[in-house]
Design a protein around this ligand. Sequence first.
Ligand code: GDP
Ligand code: MG
Length: 429
Amino acid sequence: MFSTDDTIVAIATPPGRGGIGVVRISGPHAPETAARLIAHGAGLEPRRATLTRILHHTASDQVIATFFPAPHSYTGEHVVEVSAHGSPVILRGIVEAAMAAGARLAEPGEFTLRAFLNGRIDLPQAEAVADLVDAVTPLQARAAFDQLEGTVTRAVGGIDAALFDLIAKLEASVDFPDEGYHFVQPGELTTAIDGLIDRTSALLASAARGRLVREGLQIAIAGRPNVGKSSLFNALVGSARAIVTDVPGTTRDLVSETVDIEGLRVTLVDTAGIRDSDDPIESEGVARARDSVRVADLTLLVVDEDEPADLGSTNYLLVQSKTDLGRPRRGVPVSALTGQGMDALRRAIAAALDVDPRRDPPAITNVRHIALVERAHAALMRARTACGAPEEFVLADLQAARAALEEISGRRVTDDLLAHIFANFCIGK
Ligand SMILES: Nc1nc2c(ncn2[C@@H]2O[C@H](COP(=O)(O)OP(=O)(O)O)[C@@H](O)[C@H]2O)c(=O)[nH]1
Ligand SMILES: [Mg+2]
């Protein structure tokens, strides 16, 4: 389904204007393609930035061209990168010139797909490229960068190698039945499987936190009218995004904003004050408030002087507002007016979610990886139960565990899955 025979081209920098913009050409004919659009094209020295000019009528610019010969390039193929002034007109012109010279416009993620197909990186590393580019907080970027360095594959690969060893011994026992459990003693088998289960458990233990780091989460701000929800929202966002008044029932629709709280990518949702109302618009606002509390990963339940609103949920952090007015101190005390208590609130949020940003980033964060480790873990548990039964049963479960782990690295992967993963990339990546 995927071909690496042709030469592809795309703008690698984001849309819009900037100091520089980069066009990337990759494939067997990248040097010849470059030769037809830039002076020096045929004589580009490997890995040396060369100041040259575009020759083609579709673009006029002075550019820096760099030739990365295969296999030591991003894609593992011949790559020529052309850095021009960051004008969409010029960059499009260079792409058109490359296409006139025989290159094809790259599909989203195709450069990284080729890096994977050519064995430069494995699938989790390719996925980490997308995560790194999409990162909103430094913690997200760090987790993605670790994975780009190969941490997922090392963690999973170690388990896979031990599993391979065990399967080989068991298969030998099955092939030479007269010798019984000669290659693996029954006690040794259960110990080995227990060891593997410990390792998948350890990976899964940090997975929930990993998923929150990668995907970000939603926090709703809820409570009775006028307790200071919108003020708190604005203080966390750092701008007067939501309307604040002393008229109860001001906020009706949901107002949301994405912020970095202790390294977490948080979508904060300010909601209407919860109370019974005859006003159909306000009632709709209250219904929406309840909806967002239901789907949120955590709710900040704001209280002023009265009893907390009944959320119908226990997954909340109680926040005492307006402490500058000498309010009683319940939950986490803050004043949106003076900013007092705001840092402590951010830390309390991270603690309530069990995501301490000072800890190392979790090893696995991607739901695809998490689901496959879960599948391997379940198969190992079945294998553990099957110990004592004929080896064939244990073997089948161990092989199922191994298949799941190999799907993570991409060693066993279908074209459909690859297409799905790379479809989420931008063009030029
Ligand atoms: N003194 C003081 N007033 C506050 C504070 N937070 C909110 N208020 C006031 O409380 C009223 C209601 O605030 P608002 O944020 O609109 O509450 P909401 O209805 O819960 O969204 C406004 O008059 C705010 O100025 C605070 O920390 N200190
Ligand atoms: Mg409000």
